[in-house]
Design a protein. Structure first.
Lengths: 327, 327
DNA sequence: CAGATTTGTGGAAACGATTCCACATAAAAA
DNA sequence: TTTTTATGTGGAATCGTTTCCACAAATCTG
């Protein structure tokens, strides 16, 4: 059975135009309104969103580009995005780049052309190519989790969070070390390291390159980097890690090598993921409001979609969650 | 600048028809082919997917309906789905039901009408209403993580996994208890409990209702249920939990109440999430191949999309990962 | 009471593609 | 040479909406 607007019009005894007006809230007489309503309910008619898009140029879809979905922080952000978009009647088109930078750029282009009304990009590494791509975009974009020039974004106070956590460590430590991540990730890499260094210098401690190392975003790597650090520097009495997962790996090494946490070495991370409560001892970390980052990003995008051109950059606060690993 | 197929046709000195054929691989002369290619490259033209859909009735989009995204198992499945769909040139439209059953049904209807070519439903609770909705669907569907009557699905051997893990516990236990989840979740609730009971009876042990309880899908709940169980039954020497997270909560209680794991109580879960390596001691669990469940679901859906009507039901195997909590 | 305004309706032209035809032309087969 | 086949091409209809426009009737102004 063919079920289009003409069919509904015929069954209701009105023109196609009137049905369309009924659907979009224009002038329609009371009786015709009733009749159309009945017909639509009986037939279960739903207008073709594709025809609507073709005519109006509005897709009611938002593209979400992300490096991977099975990550605590990212899935939490997506949950936040989803909650806001759903309420506003938008759907989420997911593009998983699997950490491939070129994929990211080509999705930007593809989405921008005709697939979506707006884009949320969960950023990891932003290159000059990204900046250029943003400018070429024909739909609004919001960057989440990284700061971006001249572009709306919602990001974390990575610097502040790292500094605060480090300061907490320094209350009972004289010789802290750092395990970070690649610095082309500005937020998790560069800013958190800056925070660590700032805390050191403000407390009159000298930053030493040899107490700092770089890991990948996983436990295994945290374990290995910790092993290296402590093999060379037995004097280290505190360890700040750029992510909780790295911290968990490091803790595993510490315990296996017979060190007590927090008595011999204090440990802290950033992110305050669920895993902080799973480790023994529980892990001190800075809470980063992933969900809120997602929902705020979506809210800003919605504002752009309704015509607001003003670029907004939101830096979210953090909370230090003190737990056993630094007691 | 207006950039549609007519514009390309004009610039290339051919008809709109020929451009369309160029795009879709029909008869086009060599010179015209070259010319069109040039023009498209220069202009950066990309056909409107919405116009294409309107005409051809193919959206190249797949709807994925899920209860929540920020869960280890589900985000892993989505990653699997995504990897297969992306390769096949499909996009993923995400619908997050936030565990609302009505939302699930209404998304099924909405998607089916005109939004997507096919649907993957990550199932938790399947009611008769679902069965009816599946039959009314106008696009193919694949159910992931639950078995579904007369419908293609990919699900886990929850029964077998639970039984195998329980049997492992029984090698060194005489008095095992069980913390499960709501049984209207057939897979994680009913089947895993069945597996537990089967292992008991095959080992000549009597199943006792008072050694079994039901928790929610989180740590907190696992902690509380464990507390209740052990308050009433000091004799329990092994604990099988329907999910890793519940097991982690239970372990927390056990340790806090001064019990040693595995010496006093052995513990095991199901799912083999990343958290199994984080707990102390590490947690024995059955690995459930979430990623593969997602990718297989997507593969079956693709087969349906290319015309294959045969219903396929795949039950995935499992692996028992022995760790310290049962040693 | 004439004119302006509000309220209600339908015809027809878009939006941007695909595809059924009809029709050429050139090469191969009879 | 004539007929068939393969190869190329364009015209026009179509998919299902929205929206501009013209117009009519009813209500409100002054």
């Amino acid at each position: 059975m063919l079920l289009n607007i003409d069919e509904i019009a015929k069954l209701s005894g009105v023109s196609r135009t009137t049905v369309s007006r009924y659907l979009n809230g224009g002038y329609v007489g009371q009786e015709k309104k009733e009749k159309i309503k009945q017909v639509i309910e009986k037939t279960g008619y739903r207008p073709s969103s594709y025809a609507q898009t073709l005519r109006t140029n509005r897709t009611r879809q938002v593209g979400v580009i992300l490096p991977k979905i099975n990550s605590d922080s990212i899935s939490e952000m997506v949950e936040g995005i989803s909650s806001v978009l759903t309420k506003a009647g938008y759907f989420m088109l997911l593009a998983n780049t699997a950490n491939d930078e070129n994929a990211e750029l080509s999705y930007l282009d593809l989405f921008s052309r005709n697939k979506v009304d707006g884009i949320i990009l969960i950023g990891t590494i932003l290159t000059p190519a990204h900046k250029k791509a943003f400018e070429a975009l024909s739909v609004p974009i919001v960057v989440a989790a990284q700061q971006a020039e001249n572009t709306s974004c919602v990001y974390y106070d990575d610097y502040g969070a790292a500094k605060a956590v480090t300061e907490l460590l320094l209350q009972k430590s004289k010789c802290p070390a750092y395990i970070g991540v690649r610095e082309d990730d500005k937020a998790a890499g560069l800013e958190r390291k800056r925070g660590f260094r700032a805390a050191l210098s403000e407390n009159g401690l000298i930053y030493r390159e040899s107490y700092c190392t770089t890991a990948s975003f996983n436990m295994q790597s945290g374990y290995e980097r910790a092993e290296e650090l402590f093999n060379h520097h037995k004097e280290i009495d505190a360890l700040f890690c750029a992510t909780d997962r790295i911290a968990a790996g490091a803790m595993l090494y510490l315990k296996q090598s017979g060190r007590r946490i927090p008595e011999d070495v204090k440990v802290a991370g950033v992110g305050d993921g669920k895993l902080c409560l799973l480790t023994t001892p529980t892990l001190t970390s800075a809470h980063l409001y992933y969900y809120e980052c997602g929902s705020k990003s979506a809210e800003i995008l919605l504002r752009h979609l309704s015509g607001d051109k003003i670029v907004q950059q939101i830096r979210l606060g953090f909370t230090v969650e003190k737990r056993q690993s630094t007691e």
